[in-house]
Structure formats: structure tokens, C-alpha cells
Ligand binder design. Structure first.
Ligand SMILES: Nc1ncnc2c1ncn2[C@@H]1O[C@H](COP(=O)(O)OP(=O)(O)O)[C@@H](O)[C@H]1O
Ligand SMILES: [Mg+2]
Length: 241
């Protein structure tokens, strides 16, 4: 018997007004797997995470997490079930310290009363030495790392990561890649949205390529870059600059 997916989405649809942003998206994430979600700007990657994590309700389709239908549940319920995410543009509580930001997440986001070792968590994302600073004093990359620490403080089994690597230097990229691989090795499933293909190559087991709200490829990145449709979407007339 094949193991049960951690997350399975099927026929996911979300539109804003007349704009269909997710047009019947299907994929799954296994426990311990890192699935990359790539695609041009505006292809629906963030919206996909927003729907899976309860910011928006799906208009059609199903979201199954550990065998349970969770589509449309609010974010705080999903966090307690073990689904959390980082944001493309993090919004920490700016006047609170770095430590307090993580404490709030741990206090409200965990389904159990297990103590979180906040110092170890901050050290694991490179924020040791910053714990007492207000979040407002962090640069944008440090705020992304705080966002990751905040998500991890809730003890997720499924973590969706939205463009965490943008702006990191090579050493920082290696550190974050290592961190995500370590999390997956511990059994967590990860959905990783990223534009940096080197990073995607380094961390993912498999990728889905989205274009205009539909998946046009599913498989390993090495094959995606040889796929005609994928190449056209990234290099053809469809790029958005
Ligand atoms: N809350 C929203 N209201 C209206 N349109 C939105 C909203 N969120 C996303 N969109 C639109 O949906 C499309 C996909 O956006 P997004 O999911 O952010 O793409 P990606 O993350 O792949 O760049 C874009 O055209 C975007 O403008
Ligand atoms: Mg996005």
C-alpha cells in the first residue's frame, strides 16, 4: 500500500471577480517531501498557498490534509492542525521584539503545550543575537527568517514557503536550503515557491509548474527545464516585464 499524502489538492479553483487565478490545480505533497511550486509572476503560486492555508476559501475542488477535508477552514484552525506558511512579504509585529514575535506564534499557534526552545529556533534561522531587538530593526531578509521561525514555532507538519530565498547571498541560500532539507528529513512536508532555480534544484524532490492557474508540468526540475511548454512559458512571449 502506498503511503497517504500529507496534502492533496484536487481541482482547486479560485477567482477574484472575473479573474480566474487557480483554474483546477491538482498536486500532492508526501510527508518528508519538498515540492517546488514554480511559474511566472501572476501564475497563482501565492494564491495557491493562500487557499491551502485558509486565507481564501476555494470556490471549487478539494484540499485533503492527512486524510481529512480541510478546504475552507480558517487559518487558525489549519495552524492547529499543523499547516503553516511564510509570507512573500512578511508582516511581523514591528514594535514587539524578535523573541516576542516567536512567543506569540508559539502561544497561539501550537495545538499542544509543548515548550518551544525559542533561542534554539532563532539560532537555527540565523537570528541569534537579535532576540531582544524590535522586529522593526530587522532588515527584510531577517524579517523573512523571523517569519520562518514564527511558522516553525507552531510545530507544522506541512509548511508552505513563499519566496523565502529572494535576496539572500549564496552563503545564506545554502543555510536556508540546508534548513529546509533538515525539516523534510524530520518528516515535514514542504511546498516551496521560489523563482531562483538553483535554489529549487538544491532543495526540491519534485516540482509543479503553474501557468495562468493551471499546472503544465509535474516531475523533476531537470526534466522541467527540457519541457517545451515550460521553456515557452519562462522564455517565450509570456514573460511579464
Ligand atoms: N486578493 C486579490 N485580489 C485580486 N486579485 C488578486 C488577489 N490576489 C492575487 N490576485 C491576482 O491573482 C493573480 C495571481 O497572483 P499570485 O497568486 O500572487 O501570483 P504569483 O504568486 O504566482 O506571482 C495576479 O493576477 C494577481 O493580481
Ligand atoms: Mg507570489
Amino acid at each position: 500500500m502506498s503511503p497517504e499524502p500529507l496534502l492533496a489538492v484536487s481541482g482547486l479553483v479560485k477567482s477574484f471577480g472575473g479573474l480566474v487565478v487557480l483554474d483546477g490545480v491538482n498536486f500532492h505533497v508526501m510527508p518528508g517531501e519538498i515540492l517546488g511550486l514554480v511559474g511566472p509572476n501572476g501564475s497563482g503560486k501565492t494564491t495557491c498557498i493562500n487557499v491551502i492555508t485558509g486565507l481564501y476559501k476555494p470556490q471549487a475542488g478539494s484540499i485533503t490534509y492527512r486524510g481529512r477535508a480541510v478546504g475552507g477552514l480558517p487559518s487558525h484552525r489549519l495552524v492547529h492542525l499543523g499547516i503553516n506558511r511564510t509570507f512573500q512579504v512578511p508582516k511581523p509585529f514591528l514594535p514587539l521584539t524578535v523573541r516576542q514575535n516567536v512567543e506569540v506564534a508559539a502561544a497561539y499557534g501550537r495545538p499542544d503545550d509543548l515548550a518551544v526552545d525559542i533561542d534554539a529556533l532563532l539560532a537555527s534561522v540565523g537570528l541569534d543575537g537579535h532576540a531582544g531587538k524590535p522586529a522593526a530593526a530587522l532588515n527584510s531578509i531577517q524579517q523573512k527568517m523571523l517569519d520562518l521561525a514564527r511558522a516553525l514555532a507552531t510545530g507544522p507538519r506541512l509548511l508552505c514557503v513563499d519566496e523565502l530565498a529572494a535576496g539572500l547571498n549564496p552563503a545564506e541560500l545554502d543555510g536556508v536550503a540546508q534548513k529546509l532539507r533538515d525539516l523534510a528529513r524530520g518528516g515535514m512536508g514542504l511546498l516551496v515557491v521560489e523563482h531562483l532555480m538553483g535554489f529549487i534544484d538544491q532543495v526540491t524532490d519534485r516540482v509543479i509548474v503553474l501557468n495562468a492557474g493551471r499546472e503544465i508540468f509535474e516531475g523533476v526540475l531537470a526534466e522541467a527545464v527540457r519541457d517545451r511548454q515550460v521553456v515557452d512559458v519562462f522564455l517565450g512571449t509570456d514573460h511579464d516585464d
